[in-house]
Design a protein around this ligand. Structure first.
Ligand SMILES: Cc1ncc(COP(=O)(O)O)c(C=O)c1O
Length: 375
């Protein structure tokens, strides 16, 4: 393969999708009297709920806040253990630490990098208070298995859906069936408003409490329109995690156009699967027949990751190691004995996938991967 003329044609690992009408819509809100949490935030929640068939939605300022507020609502704190995956972005597990609880890491599955339900079972102790799973790269976890464990042991299952907006498990949108799910609208996500998040739940009692945890322990919707709009008493210590009307407007515009990034990612993801499925040195993930991934990420495993990344970058193609195993960081309490995680931490790397990746760009990525595989 020749490098001639390609120096200025870097294919980026990440892209940001902001619909064209976003600036106009935000401009309208900036002209309004109310910028704080208000009608736009409410409309965003209602639209999100309708689009993804979710009974109850609480909007937040980011995905990490969504996770922490959920743990706080479940009264998880010092002395408690939360079983989680080490194969994720830091935020999943720093949220547990922020609550003063201990993350207990289960191992992952080698074929999709999601938490392994068999390992979750082994990690349960009397101190376990919840299970967190991450639909890694938007490829849904074995939810039936995880929910079964939750039911048997009386443990809530929190789905970290930061990667998984628009993914489906057994024909149902992720976040529409379980106890609690947490979404992120950070810059490179399917919908972005710069930073934002959503907590979804199917339980009215959780919803009533979660509303309070995202705004100082007060249910803003239930506030009386009075001179003193605060309630007589505040009985839980909440955070300032609400979403304001500016970011809600951006998120709402993104949501109205959400089929554009979702459909583009389907095309790119399926093409990678078709064209790279027979590689020997590069292994793609398993995509289960009963689930729809959203292809937020396209992770592959490579035995010799340094040589692969060097090769791809030399072709002007950014491949990146997005996440390292959480337990490698001392704040998480030190390395655990997790053989599958250990290998994934050495081998997983992401191919470019985003809305700005053209068909020609993708052809270049595929050509470079196939050439690496042949040599
Ligand atoms: C798996 C996972 N969980 C949580 C988060 C945190 O989301 P936010 O950046 O919106 O706080 C991220 C962010 O990328 C993530 O990838």
């Amino acid at each position: 393969m020749s490098d001639v003329g390609r120096e200025d044609q870097i294919i980026r690992a990440w892209g940001v999708y902001v619909p064209e009408d976003a600036a106009t819509e935000v401009g309208r809100v900036l002209d309004a009297v109310w910028l704080n949490t208000g009608s736009q935030e409410r409309l965003f929640r209602e639209t999100f709920s309708g689009r993804f068939n979710i009974p109850y939605c609480v909007a937040t300022c980011n995905g990490t806040a969504s996770l922490r507020a959920s743990l706080a609502m479940l009264k998880i704190g010092p002395g408690d253990e939360v079983i989680s995956t080490p194969m994720t972005f830091l935020a999943t597990n720093t949220a547990i630490l922020e609550q003063g609880a201990t993350p207990v890491f289960a191992d992952i599955r080698s074929d999709d990098l999601n938490i392994d339900p068999a390992s979750v079972r082994e990690m349960i102790t009397p101190k376990t208070k919840a299970i967190i799973c991450v639909h890694y790269g938007g490829n849904p976890c074995d939810m039936d298995e995880l929910w079964a464990i939750g039911r048997e042991r009386g443990l809530p299952v929190i789905e970290d859906c930061a990667h998984a907006l628009g993914s489906a498990y057994k024909d149902q949108d992720v976040g529409s069936r379980g106890d609690i799910a947490c979404f992120s609208f950070q810059a490179v996500k399917i919908i972005t408003c710069g930073d934002g998040g959503m907590i979804t739940t199917t339980r009215e009692d959780y919803y009533d409490k979660l509303k309070k945890y995202v705004w100082y322990g007060v249910d803003r919707e239930g506030r009386p329109p009075a001179v003193d709009g605060l309630p007589e008493d505040i009985d839980v210590l909440g955070f300032k995690y609400n979403m304001n009307d500016i970011t809600a407007t951006l998120a709402l515009v993104g949501l109205r156009h959400v089929d554009i990034p979702l459909e583009r990612r389907q095309v790119i993801g399926k093409r990678y699967r078709n064209e790279l499925g027979d590689c020997q040195k590069i292994r793609i993930m398993k995509y289960h027949a009963d689930r729809r991934p959203n292809y937020q990420l396209f992770p592959v495993c490579v035995d010799d990751r340094p040589s692969f990344s060097e090769w791809m970058w030399a072709q002007g193609i950014q491949v990146v190691v997005n996440n390292r195993r959480s337990d490698r960081y001392s704040i998480m309490g030190g390395l655990r004995d997790l053989p599958v995680t250990e290998r994934a931490d050495r081998e997983v790397i992401l191919l470019p996938i985003h809305c700005q990746l053209s068909d020609d760009d993708q052809a270049r990525v595929i050509e470079a991967v196939l050439e690496y595989d042949r040599t």
